[in-house]
Every structure is written in structure tokens, then in C-alpha cells.
Design a protein around this ligand. Structure first.
Ligand code: CTP
Ligand code: MG
Length: 186
């Protein structure tokens, strides 16, 4: 397949993975996931920035966007913006995994930050930008290996995603900061 089409396909299928993060900023608040409990090291498990509302709200947003994408792909079949999977039930499972794993990966990143003594909202280069991506891809490889390798198992997808994710992360956070939705631009 043409490299350009592979690149567009990759970004299309990755959209739920990206959407959950700004969605968590918009829907987050209230009780933190760690119920304000500390880990063995005496520091917060995840911190005040990871909330149940953010988790549920962002997963729903990712599911919604993915379902809209999949529906559009069914109505207007084309090679640039294809379905997540041919069978609807399987497509829903994939969209759910893309969203849910991505926002959990974000919490894993916070867990590591707290262990390293980095406070909530403080910058952690590469950890902030890539932890959710690495977690999402590793889990997809374990849970749905055939789907993963069929859709992302090529050099173009790998390079596109690992180069573009930190850039996208930065741009979206600056927009969130300017809109007054985020306290810091990272
Ligand atoms: N958010 C949330 N629940 C989540 C993830 C994010 O409520 N599961 C919201 C929080 O309001 C959080 C904001 O989205 O402050 C931005 O997310 P992020 O930058 O990942 O969190 P930080 O506050 O920077 O915390 P950390 O240092 O733990 O990453
Ligand atoms: Mg942050």
C-alpha cells in the first residue's frame, strides 16, 4: 500500500488514543482514582490529577469518537479512513481498548512520576508524552496481537506515531493552557 495511505490510516486509527487526553481535562475533577492513598514510599499512588470522572469521561469520549469514525467508514467506504474492524462487535472492542488503555497508560505515567518524586503537574520529559503510547501499544500486542500487527505493524506507523505523539501532546497542551483548561502548558 502507498506510504501516504498507511500514514493517514495510522492517524485515523490512533484518534481515540489521542482524544481521551483532552477529554480527561474537560471531564476530570472530583475523587482521585487513588482515593488520596499513598504508596509504600509514602508518596501519592497517582496524585490529585488522575480522577474517576476523568477516567470515565475520557473513555466515553474515545468510544464516541471511534464509533462516529467507524460509522462514517461504513457509510462512505474509502481507503484513507477505513473501519477499525469489519465486524461491528470487534470494532467496538478495539475502539474501547484504544481509549481505555490510553487513559490508563496516562495514570501509569503518573505512577512512575510519583515514584521518582515528580509532583503532580510537574514536567517529566518523554514520560508525559510517551508513557500512555508505550502502554497502549504493549497491551494491544498482548490482548489483540493479530489486530495490532495488521494495523500498526509497519515502519511507517511506528515512526509516524513515535515522532508525532510528543509534538501533538505539546500542541494540545499549549491550546489547553491558552483556553484556561490547563494550569501549565505541558
Ligand atoms: N485528568 C483527570 N483524570 C484522569 C486524567 C486526567 O481528571 N484520569 C485531568 C486532571 O484535571 C489533570 C488534567 O486532566 O490535571 C491534565 O492531565 P495530566 O497533564 O495528565 O495530569 P497532571 O495534572 O499533569 O498530573 P501528573 O503529573 O500526574 O501527570
Ligand atoms: Mg501533566
Amino acid at each position: 500500500m502507498q506510504p501516504f495511505i498507511v500514514l493517514i490510516n495510522t492517524l485515523w486509527w490512533m484518534l481515540p488514543v489521542y482524544v481521551v487526553h483532552p477529554a480527561a481535562v474537560l471531564t476530570g475533577g472530583g475523587m482521585p482514582i487513588d482515593f488520596r492513598k499513598n504508596f509504600l514510599d509514602g508518596k501519592r499512588l497517582l496524585g490529585e490529577g488522575k480522577t474517576w470522572c476523568g477516567l470515565v469521561g475520557s473513555t466515553c469520549a474515545g468510544l464516541m469518537i471511534g464509533m462516529i469514525q467507524n460509522t462514517l467508514a461504513v457509510i462512505f467506504p474509502n481507503e484513507y479512513f477505513p473501519v477499525f474492524a469489519n465486524e461491528l462487535g470487534y470494532a467496538i472492542l478495539i475502539i474501547f481498548l484504544l481509549s481505555f488503555l490510553s487513559i490508563w497508560g496516562d495514570s501509569i505515567g503518573s505512577f512512575i512520576k510519583r515514584r521518582r518524586g515528580i509532583d503532580r503537574g510537574e514536567k517529566a520529559f518523554l514520560l508525559d508524552q510517551l508513557s500512555f503510547l508505550v502502554f497502549t501499544w504493549l497491551m494491544l500486542i498482548i490482548i489483540v496481537p493479530s489486530w495490532f500487527f495488521e494495523h500498526f505493524g509497519n515502519w511507517i506507523s511506528l515512526i509516524t506515531v513515535f515522532v508525532l505523539t510528543p509534538v501533538l501532546h505539546r500542541v494540545v497542551n499549549i491550546i489547553g493552557y491558552k483556553m484556561g483548561k490547563k494550569k501549565v502548558p505541558w
